[in-house]
Design a protein. Structure first.
Length: 398
DNA sequence: AACTAGATCAACCGCAATAGG
DNA sequence: CCCTATTGCGGTTGATCTAGT
């Protein structure tokens, strides 16, 4: 063995950069089911081309269910300032005092806001001669902290929160559901589906990773029944659940402590346009406001839906395309396919038509455990997936 | 409209700390 | 106690967004 520290992973064989929704869901699904005893082995077991450190960071900073999102409150900022002055840049220790906040987030807030704020306060409060002769940080806090109430709430808060807007889904029977990228779960009333702002933000892929957070800034997983009790997954296997459940097979129980795990965790990470637009029994959303100048398309609802058509904007379609581009298994689709799904049913578009709508049933592989991954379905395996990849069978259970 | 500078923040890197054999 | 593997931490980077010109 050579000298020096061994690299944590083979850098040439791991993905770097921003995480895709698909990767997120894969990581969430794996940890939800098996935990994270061994970060180094986790990527391989979960089928992720990521370094273990990257997975850990992603989980801790963005995916774990107890994260709080949104702007820091004045109280939180005060706490950070106070603790930073007393213990220094011990971000993880500071984070321990702020439930739902991560050390990385706190560090960023400090570097981008609080440090400057503190500096500007000091400039105002300290006589000029003192600024030249005294640079002790501990002296700065003595006069800066009392004025922290001046911190104003950001008038652009709404803008930030808007990025988190999502369309919410409900399984037909109110069953718990698992999160799929670019959609959110049943936590909020489905009436939000009709909110034009949420509608227009459908599938919005902002700069960062907002696909898991709702307009309240709370990680949807926090309200995620399935998350709170992973055993629900198992119990659902024995129930007559909604035909819209997407099921993915589970061939093997991985040993998270071993590196030679050979099983595969199959994950459905696609989202379904139709299920977001329309769920049986729920009134269709109002035609969205075209205030942003997006062209409004009238689209046919797929077979099995109650209504004849729904509305969708260019922006929505773009968002959907953007997501579909990350799904290498999916065939190319066109706007026309989206607008006229019936015409394309059974050809290329079967992957965006809910199995329940088409009435098709997917045969399960004997001896394979299935678990629901999303309350929606749109993959017709025979049309989309190579036949030699049986571990990726998706479809409704009945 | 195009460009630029500043702001933001997710993600990476390297080192330190810790665990376990 | 030593050595190695792994995790955790803090500094830093760089992509993207936003506001200003």
């Amino acid at each position: 063995m050579g000298r020096g520290r061994a690299p944590c992973c083979d850098k040439s064989r791991v993905t770097k950069g921003p995480w895709s929704p698909k990767e997120d869901l894969r990581l969430i699904s794996f940890i939800q089911k098996y935990g994270h005893e061994n970060w180094r082995a986790l990527p391989k077991q979960a089928g992720l081309l990521r370094c273990g450190k990257s997975c850990r960071l992603r989980w801790i900073n963005y995916l774990r269910p107890d994260l709080k999102r949104g702007n820091f409150t004045k109280e939180e900022e005060e706490t950070i300032i106070r603790l930073q002055q007393s213990i220094g840049n011990k971000w993880s220790r500071i984070a321990a005092h702020l439930p739902g906040r991560t050390d990385n987030e706190i560090k960023n807030v400090w570097n981008t806001h609080l440090k400057k704020k503190l500096t500007s306060r000091a400039a105002v409060s300290v006589p000029k001669e003192d600024q030249v002769t005294k640079e002790s940080p501990s002296s700065a806090i003595k006069f800066s902290f009392s004025s922290s109430a001046q911190v104003e709430s950001n008038p652009n808060n709404n803008q930030k929160n808007e990025k988190y807007s999502q369309i919410n889904l409900l399984p037909l029977d109110g069953s718990p559901t698992i999160l799929a990228p670019n959609i959110s779960t049943l936590a909020n009333p489905v009436t939000e589906l009709h909110d034009s702002e949420s509608f227009n933000n459908f599938g919005n892929t902002s700069q960062h990773n907002d696909h898991l957070f709702n307009s309240s800034g709370i990680n949807q997983l926090e309200q995620f029944t399935l998350w709170e009790d992973p055993n629900i997954l198992e119990s659902l296997l024995n129930t007559e659940e909604d035909p819209n459940w997407v099921l993915a097979p589970q061939n093997t129980q991985p040993d998270s402590t071993k590196d030679n795990f050979s099983g595969e965790l199959s994950v459905v990470s696609e989202f379904d346009l139709w299920s977001t637009l329309k769920i049986d029994g729920i009134p269709a959303p109002a035609k969205p406001d075209d205030k942003e100048g997006n062209k409004i398309h009238t689209v046919e609802a797929p077979m099995g839906m109650n209504t004849a058509h729904e509305y969708i904007t260019d922006k929505d379609i773009d968002s959907m395309f953007r997501y579909l581009e990350t799904e290498p298994r999916l065939p190319e689709i066109s706007v026309e396919m989206i607008e006229k799904p019936k015409q394309y049913q059974g050809v290329n578009l079967s992957h965006i038509i809910p199995a329940a709508a088409t009435g098709s049933a997917v045969n399960e592989t004997p001896g394979v455990d299935y678990f629901p991954v999303a309350s929606i379905s749109h993959l017709s395996l025979s049309k989309v997936l190579p036949e030699d990849q049986p571990t990726h069978l998706f479809g409704s259970k009945n």
